[in-house]
Design a protein around this ligand. Structure first.
Ligand SMILES: [Cu+2]
Length: 546
C-alpha cells in the first residue's frame, strides 16, 4: 500500500494543493488530512470540531466506471483522488470551509461565516487606476511570496511504485502553486513499464472543464485577495470578442507589452518581464521520467497573433453560436463530442458544435498568444490566463442562466477518468465534485457585472412580447385620447348651444282659462245637452320660464 510505503520511507521534512499541514509524516502515515484549527484560543481539535466548525470524516470516493480511454489502475496518484495520500479529510459545518474549516465558504464572511458577501467581477478596462494597480500588485506579490499554506509534491508517483523512492515536497510561491496545479491536473502518466501515457487530463477535454476552472478561479481569487487591502477585491475579465490583436491587455499599463522585435519577450517596462515560468517542459520531464519541481525555467513568452490560423480572436458571433447549444455534454463526453456546449466552448468543436481539429473559442485564445499561454501544462504561468478564464467562466454562467440545467445534464459514469459528476476534482482539498460547481455564480458569492444588467432586464429577451405590449399600450393610449377628445368636444358644443337657449330654472304653470272652443260650444243658453255627457271644462295652463 502506497500510504504505508510513503510513511516508512519518508525521511526529510515535508510541508503541506497539498496543504502544508497535511504533509507531515503523521498525516501521511495515517492518511488523515484533518489539521488542528489554527487559533490561539482553539481547543486543538481536528477540523475545529470542539468549536463546532467541522469533523474529520472518512472519504467515500465515487467508483462509477470511467470510459475505457484510461485503461490503467493504480499507476497514477491522481486516480481516486485523494485516496493515494489521504482517506480522511475535514467536513465543515454550516458555512465554514477550508481544508481545516478555518475559513468561510465562498460568498460568506464574518467570524461565524453568516454574512453574505457578493464580489463583482468587472471588465479589466472598467477598473479604476487604483483597482488595476491592486490587481497587478497582487499578482506580483503572489509570484514572489512563498506560500505558507501549500506545497507541491516533486517526486514521481511511479518511483514509489517501482523503487520506493522517498517522497519530497517543495516550497513554491502562491502564484506558482496555482500554476503547478494546472500542470499537475493535465500532465502525462509515467507508467511503471517505462512508457508514458498522454491521453489523460483531469480538467480538460471533458465535462469537468467548466466546473473545474470555476473552482480554480475562486481559489485563485481568494489567494490573490490576501495580498490586497480591499475586501471587495475580485479578479477582472478580458472580453476578447472581435479583437484583431492584443493591443489592449498586452500593454505595459496592463499585463505587459510584447515588442515584436524581441522574440516573445515582454517589455522591460512591465514587472512581468522579470517573472520566471515553471512546469513548462513536459517532454523533458517525460524523457527524464520525472515531474515538475517548481524550478524556474525562463521568462514568460508571448507572440500574439503570429500563428497564421489564429491571428485574431473569437468573434461575437462565435459566442452567440455556442450559447445556442442546449446540451451541456454529449457522448462520447470527450474532445470528439458534437453539439456539446462544454466541448464547443472549450474549443474542440466549431462554434456551431461540430468537432474539429482546429481550435476555437477558449482554445483559440490560448493559441493566439503563441507562447507560454499556448500549451496546457504551462498556460497558467501567464496572468492573462486568469482574465481569459474569467471571461470563459462568464459565458458558462450565461449558459447556466439560459438553460437552467438539472444536475443530470452532467454524466454520472463512462466519462473520461476524473470527469464523472461524482468524482472528486484533482487536486483540490477540500474535496469537491463537478456537480458542486454546476450552479450559478451567486451560489459562490460573485457576479459578472454585465450579467447583473441582463438578469434585471430579462424581459428584453422577450422581443415579441415587447412588440405586442407596445402595440396594446399604444392602442390604449389612443383610445383614451379619443375619449377625452369626444368628451371635451361635447362639453364645448353644449355650452355653445346654451348661450342661445334660456336656462330652465323653474317651471311655473299659469292657468289661462278654459278652452275657447269649449267655451264657445257651451256658451249658448238655448242649447240643451244632457248633463251626463257634458264634460267639465279643464283649466288651461301656460308654461312660463322664469
Ligand atoms: Cu485549463
Amino acid at each position: 500500500m502506497f500510504r504505508v510505503l510513503f510513511f516508512s520511507l519518508f525521511l526529510g521534512t515535508c510541508y503541506g494543493q497539498f496543504p502544508r499541514a497535511c504533509t507531515d509524516d503523521l498525516s501521511l502515515s495515517t492518511g488523515r488530512c484533518c489539521p488542528l484549527w489554527p487559533t490561539a484560543d482553539g481547543t486543538g481539535s481536528s477540523c475545529g470540531e470542539a468549536l463546532g466548525r467541522g469533523t474529520c470524516r472518512q472519504i467515500q470516493p465515487d467508483d462509477s466506471p470511467h470510459s475505457p480511454s484510461y485503461p490503467y489502475v493504480g499507476v497514477d496518484d491522481r486516480e481516486r483522488w485523494p485516496t493515494v495520500y489521504w482517506n480522511w479529510t475535514c467536513e465543515c459545518r454550516d458555512n465554514f470551509y477550508g481544508f481545516d474549516c478555518s475559513e468561510c465558504k465562498y460568498g460568506y464572511v464574518g467570524p461565524n461565516c453568516t454574512e453574505r458577501k457578493v464580489l463583482i467581477r468587472r471588465n479589466i478596462f472598467d477598473l479604476s487606476w487604483w483597482e488595476r494597480r491592486q490587481f497587478l500588485r497582487a499578482l506580483d506579490e503572489s509570484k514572489t511570496t512563498v506560500s505558507e499554506r501549500w506545497v507541491i509534491p516533486v517526486t514521481p508517483y511511479v518511483d514509489f511504485l517501482t523503487n520506493g523512492t522517498k517522497p519530497a515536497f517543495a516550497n513554491v510561491t502562491t502564484y506558482n502553486v496555482l500554476a503547478w496545479m494546472h500542470y499537475y491536473v493535465s500532465r502525462n502518466v509515467l507508467l511503471p513499464d517505462g512508457g508514458v501515457f498522454e491521453s489523460v487530463d483531469f480538467a480538460h477535454e471533458g465535462p469537468v472543464f467548466l466546473p473545474w476552472h470555476r473552482l480554480f478561479l475562486l481559489l485563485w481569487e481568494r489567494e490573490l485577495a490576501r495580498f490586497v487591502d480591499d475586501e471587495n477585491f475580485a479578479i477582472p475579465y478580458w472580453d476578447w470578442r472581435g479583437l484583431d490583436g492584443c493591443d489592449d491587455v498586452c500593454t505595459d499599463d496592463f499585463l505587459g507589452a510584447t515588442p515584436q522585435n524581441i522574440s516573445g519577450l515582454l517589455s522591460n517596462e512591465t514587472v512581468f518581464s522579470d517573472w520566471q515560468v515553471i512546469c513548462t517542459r513536459d517532454d523533458e520531464y517525460d524523457a527524464l521520467r520525472t515531474v515538475c519541481d517548481g524550478s524556474p525555467e525562463g521568462p514568460l513568452l508571448r507572440n500574439p497573433g503570429t500563428v497564421p490560423d489564429y491571428s485574431s480572436l473569437p468573434t461575437w458571433q462565435d459566442v452567440r453560436d455556442v450559447l445556442e447549444l442546449d446540451q451541456y455534454e454529449t457522448p462520447p463526453y470527450d474532445r470528439s463530442a458534437n453539439f456539446s456546449f462544454v466541448n464547443t466552448l472549450e474549443g474542440f468543436a466549431s462554434p456551431d458544435g461540430i468537432a474539429s481539429v482546429r481550435s476555437y473559442l477558449h482554445n483559440a485564445v490560448h493559441r493566439f498568444m503563441n507562447g507560454t499561454l499556448s500549451s496546457v501544462g504551462s498556460s497558467a504561468n501567464d496572468p492573462i490566463f486568469i482574465i481569459h478564464h474569467a471571461y470563459v467562466d462568464s459565458i458558462y454562467e450565461v449558459w447556466l442562466r439560459k438553460f437552467r440545467p438539472n444536475v443530470s445534464a452532467l454524466i454520472a459514469e463512462n466519462a473520461p477518468i476524473g470527469h464523472n459528476r461524482g468524482s472528486y476534482m484533482v487536486p483540490f482539498i477540500p474535496l469537491h465534485t463537478p456537480e458542486d460547481f454546476f450552479t450559478l455564480t451567486t451560489d459562490f458569492g460573485y457576479e459578472y457585472d454585465y450579467l447583473i444588467v441582463i438578469d434585471v432586464a430579462w424581459w428584453e429577451d422577450l422581443g415579441f412580447l415587447k412588440f405586442y405590449g407596445m402595440l396594446v399600450g399604444g392602442m390604449m393610449i389612443a383610445g383614451m385620447l379619443l375619449v377625452v377628445t369626444v368628451a371635451t368636444t361635447r362639453r364645448f358644443c353644449c355650452q355653445a348651444r346654451q348661450i342661445y337657449r334660456p336656462k330652465i330654472r323653474r317651471i311655473v304653470r299659469v292657468p289661462v282659462g278654459p278652452d275657447p272652443a269649449e267655451t264657445e260650444s257651451s256658451g249658448g243658453e238655448t242649447e240643451t245637452t244632457p248633463l251626463i255627457n257634458k264634460q267639465e271644462p279643464q283649466p288651461r295652463y301656460a308654461v312660463v320660464y322664469l
